[in-house]
Design a protein around this ligand. Structure first.
Ligand code: NAD
Ligand code: UD1
Length: 344
């Protein structure tokens, strides 16, 4: 298929693009570069060539999903048969400070994309939602039918979009839509060529761990050791981004064959605590990660992990990489960046 991948130059987008190329799809990347840069496109092309993938099956449009005219241009020029929609803003704290920016970018952007899809006769759609929609309304393992209660504007944009998608599929049986609720994507492609490049101070655990290991930050702040978990620190379902990307290819194949609307968790169904992540990272990479326990971060839940049965039974999806792979591959990417910086 010719697949339009919005947010295609982002962290997850670059890995999804690689997985789509590996499966023989053509990929049209669309990104407004708000949280990435064109150098990522070069890295992606290098990776494609190195892996023997058809780099000519990769095209890029710099465009914003809110811009109807730009979208019409991209659809007319590239004639996609399906859309994988990853473009969005994703920083929880920023969403609390700038809710209108988040609702406009994430919700309006998605509506405009869907409007243009309908105009242009494209009906297959895969959306990147988040496990953050579960909030504290239910207990893990979270099944896809568990009640949702996001605790911040970012999470509410994801839930609103899910509701819009469900309403749209119910109103027009040409649409074939899948929402994917990602748990905690970490790691990087084994080549070390693509990975997560957070701007400024990282909000998430793994990028922070790596910057401490790299000596860019003094120590990691562990947010609370008094949770009702085995070692008192928060437990999350970390999933390797390459596994997550493979889940998109399976979802796209599913969506293409099934009219209607479905939601799938993408996780491993297994939790790891903050201290386990630190220990694993240190052991696998032989690099110390100094840390200090500080207060809990407001809004954090104690434990989050996925029920994986639906994705396994319906999509045939099962994560293959474990936490040691995630730590090793993330560090390979970080080390390459450090090497490049010292070379310059
Ligand atoms: P990312 O910021 O690396 O990628 C998002 C990309 O979208 C960026 O390249 C950005 O420039 C682009 N973008 C943002 N707004 C745009 C717009 N209006 N038009 C065009 N491009 C736009 O983030 P990511 O981690 O790759 O996340 C991808 C998607 O997955 C997001 O929707 C995010 O909410 C969702 N998600 C991410 C995580 C995670 O932990 N990384 C977890 C759950 C869900
Ligand atoms: C966070 C977001 C969630 C988003 C997800 C994307 C919040 C409240 N939630 O989830 O909406 O979908 O990222 O991956 O921001 N931790 C530390 N020190 C740090 C950073 C994190 O101890 O410097 C701990 C956290 O308390 C948590 C675990 O590490 O227990 C993972 O945190 P993080 O990577 O931010 O992910 P989530 O909190 O699960």
């Amino acid at each position: 298929m010719r697949v339009l991948l919005t947010g295609g130059l982002g962290y997850i987008g670059t890995h999804v693009a690689t997985a789509l190329l590996e499966s023989g799809h053509e990929v049209i990347l669309l990104d407004n570069l708000v949280n990435t840069s064109e150098t990522v496109l070069e890295a992606l092309k290098t990776l494609a060539k190195r892996e023997g993938l058809a780099a000519e099956n990769l095209t890029f449009f710099e465009a914003d999903v809110r811009d109807l005219e730009a979208l019409r241009f991209v659809f007319t020029a590239s004639k996609p048969e399906a859309v994988v929609h990853l473009a969005g803003l994703k920083a929880v704290g920023e969403s609390v400070a700038l809710p209108l920016d988040y609702y406009e970018n994430n919700v309006t952007g998605t509506i405009h994309l869907l409007q243009v899809m309908r105009e242009q006769g494209v009906f297959t759609f895969v959306f990147s939602s988040s496990a953050t929609v579960y909030g504290e309304a239910s207990q893990p393992p979270f099944t896809e039918t568990a009640p949702t209660a996001p605790t911040n504007p970012y999470g509410r944009t994801k839930r609103m979009i899910e509701e819009i998608l469900s309403d749209l599929a119910a109103s027009d049986d040409r649409f074939r839509i899948v929402s994917l609720r990602y748990f905690n994507p970490v790691g990087a492609h084994e080549s070390g060529l693509i990975g997560e490049l957070p701007r400024g101070v990282p909000n998430n655990l793994m990028p922070y761990v790596m910057q401490v290991a790299a000596g860019l930050r003094e120590k990691l702040h562990v947010f609370g050791d008094d949770y009702p978990t085995p070692d008192g620190t928060g437990v999350r379902d970390y999933i390797h981004v390459v596994d997550l990307a493979r889940g998109h290819v399976l979802s796209l194949n599913y969506a293409a064959r099934h009219p209607g609307y479905e939601v799938f968790n993408l996780g491993r169904g297994k939790g790891a605590s903050v201290l386990e992540v630190i220990r694993t990272f240190e052991e696998v990479n032989g690099t110390p990660v100094p840390f200090a326990i500080v207060d809990r971060r407001p809004g954090d839940v104690a434990i989050s992990f996925a029920a994986t049965d639906k994705a396994e039974q319906t999509l045939g999806f099962r994560a293959e990489y474990d936490l040691t792979d995630m730590c090793r591959h993330a560090w390979q990417f970080q080390k390459r960046l450090l090497h490049e910086q010292t070379e310059r």
